[in-house]
Design a protein around this ligand. Structure first.
Ligand code: HEC
Length: 141
């Protein structure tokens, strides 16, 4: 009987530890998402729209989940250095210019990426601040 109690207690503590780790990760992601949404409203919404719907033939939408997935490691570069030249997003061609945001800190860029990759139909999970410097080192010139 006592053995069973100890075993039950052991299993309970392990599952509590696992559970609290998961929620800690989720809390961090939610914080990035909320701050990222504020930054998005301030810096990006004018062009990309409140729901990431884009702006007609001028600005591509952020609803092409495949584009954001395939270009995940390039998103930091796009935000930091802007983008120009022809691209295809959501089956439509765009050839305009996005301004750079050189003044944004790595943490701002990470929060923006968490927001755009987890809204407008996207669901890619966490993207950490440490990843920004790594991705920026590989920007296409
Ligand atoms: C002045 C308008 C403008 C602003 C402000 C702007 N963008 Fe863009 N963005 C564009 C244009 C135009 C393109 C496509 C450029 C091209 O044709 O090469 C683009 C492309 C993109 C792309 C790649 C294509 C896509 O739609 O998935 C991403 C991601 C993106 N922008 C994110 C952002 C984020 C995040 C911000 C805010 C920090 C932002 N943009 C601010 C105009 C803008």
């Amino acid at each position: 009987m006592r053995k069973h109690l100890i075993a039950a207690f052991f299993i309970l503590s392990i599952s509590m530890i696992v559970y609290s780790c998961q929620t800690a990760g989720q809390v961090e992601q939610d914080m990035y998402y909320t701050n990222g949404r504020d930054l998005y409203i301030k810096h990006c919404q004018n062009c990309h729209g409140a729901k990431g719907e884009g702006l007609g033939a001028l600005t591509p939408p952020l609803t092409d989940t495949l584009y954001l997935k395939n270009n995940k490691s390039n998103l930091a570069c796009i935000i930091k250095h802007g983008l120009r030249g022809p691209i295809t997003v959501g089956g439509k061609n765009f050839d305009d210019k996005m301004p750079d945001f050189e003044n944004l800190a790595d943490i701002d860029i990470a929060q923006l990426i968490v927001y755009i990759t987890n809204s407008a139909g996207n669901k890619q999970g966490m993207y950490k601040t440490e990843q920004v410097a790594k991705d920026l080192a590989d920007c296409k010139k």
